[in-house]
Design a protein around this ligand. Structure first.
Ligand SMILES: [Zn+2]
Length: 154
């Protein structure tokens, strides 16, 4: 018979900073100018956003910078209603995996400009493959939130 142990809940906060390096610095500086930069592998021709220092498929660092249009299609999404430690904004909000046009990977960001109360309407509006476009934050800080969210294209 397994012994039962008493437990208590304890949350651990772990704030940290990390150096962006050349690649991420250029990527975020691009967002400040309303430009999304990706890197295209010169070996397999796959394009990744955010930009990468190497191709995750070939593991080569032979990549070139390519401008990426601020639009794409929804791959999947979820409506976040629960609160948890470290959230960047209060729920409800929608986080989505978006494939930007001309890229070969998913890009996580918020979906905005939609009502979140009616899940049936959301499912109609945010079907897999639905087109979305970046809505830029009027105040830029050279970070991922320079894109406020992606909105469905009508
Ligand atoms: Zn490659």
């Amino acid at each position: 018979m397994a012994k039962e142990y008493r437990t208590i809940r304890n949350d651990v906060a772990l704030p940290y900073q990390w150096a962006l390096g050349k690649t991420w610095t250029r990527f975020f500086d691009g967002l400040k100018e309303e430009q999304i930069w990706g890197t295209k592998c010169t070996h397999c021709s796959r394009t990744y956003v955010p930009a990468r220092t190497f191709c995750p498929d070939c593991f080569t660092d032979r990549t070139e910078w390519v401008p990426v249009k601020p639009e794409g299609k929804i791959v999947s999404w979820t409506l976040v209603k629960a609160t948890y430690h470290g959230q960047v904004k209060p729920p409800p909000y929608i986080i989505a995996l978006i494939q930007l046009s001309g890229t070969d990977c998913g890009f996580h960001h918020f979906i905005g400009g939609v009502e979140t109360e009616n899940i049936k309407k959301l499912r109609q509006k945010l079907k897999k493959g639905a087109k979305v476009k970046a809505v830029w934050n009027p105040e830029k800080k050279a970070d991922i939130y320079d894109i406020a969210y992606f909105a469905p294209v009508k």
